[in-house]
Design a protein around this ligand. Structure first.
Ligand SMILES: [Zn+2]
Ligand SMILES: [Zn+2]
Length: 201
């Protein structure tokens, strides 16, 4: 057997696997320590290495894009966050996994809530409904609930805005306290052009 031909058949792919993962993990560590600028730089390099090594549309690249999108939301860089999450969602919609696509849609939901657009937040979440692939609105749900991906009928929405969906009452309570209460509005106030609230109809 002549092994000359199987030594390092694709250096770009091997480099993307090793260096890309290492850079991603560095980004994660910097983020955990609150060093967001260094985390951003590491994730950006990870994405660059992975895109060049794997070519477009790789699930590993989407993992780094989704992580960077989540970081940008924390940094209040909302337009950068949207661009990055939409790039991750495109890959995840096309090749999955469905749970990951649901997580990215949920991240976009959080982002649109932060921008004050609860209708847009609701719409992006409901894009998963036809596939039976929605995430719970509680970011920490996968850690505390055994089921991670839901049908629309498995979930209950926030009774006030109807724009966020939860798998159980404890998840709703946790997310309300940690996040959603800052953004929730009564659903009658969500209409895009309703500059004057209509009362007493
Ligand atoms: Zn949940
Ligand atoms: Zn609400």
């Amino acid at each position: 057997m002549n092994t000359d031909f199987i030594v390092n058949p694709d250096a770009g792919f091997a480099n993307a696997t090793m260096t890309g993962s290492s850079l991603h993990n560095q980004g994660y560590a910097f983020e955990a320590h609150g060093d967001f600028a260094k985390a951003e730089a590491a994730y950006l390099r990870a994405i660059d290495v992975k895109e060049r090594g794997f070519g477009p549309g790789n699930t590993s690249t989407a993992v780094s894009q989704n992580a960077l999108g989540e970081l940008y939301i924390k940094m209040d860089k909302l337009s950068e966050a949207e661009e990055m999450l939409l790039r991750a969602l495109k890959i995840r919609n096309e090749i999955g996994p469905q749970f990951d696509a649901a997580v990215t849609r949920e991240n976009l939901g959080h982002l649109y809530e932060k921008q004050g657009d609860l209708l847009k937040a609701k719409d992006i979440r409901l894009q998963g409904a036809s596939k039976g692939a929605m995430a719970c609105g509680n970011f920490y749900c996968p850690k505390q609930c055994p089921k991670q991906i839901f049908k629309r009928t498995d979930l209950q929405n926030c009774g006030r805005c109807r724009a966020v969906f939860y798998c159980c009452k404890p998840c709703q309570a946790a997310d309300w306290k940690a996040r959603h209460k800052k953004f929730c509005k009564p659903k009658d106030e969500l209409k895009k052009d309703a500059t004057v609230p209509e009362k007493g109809k």
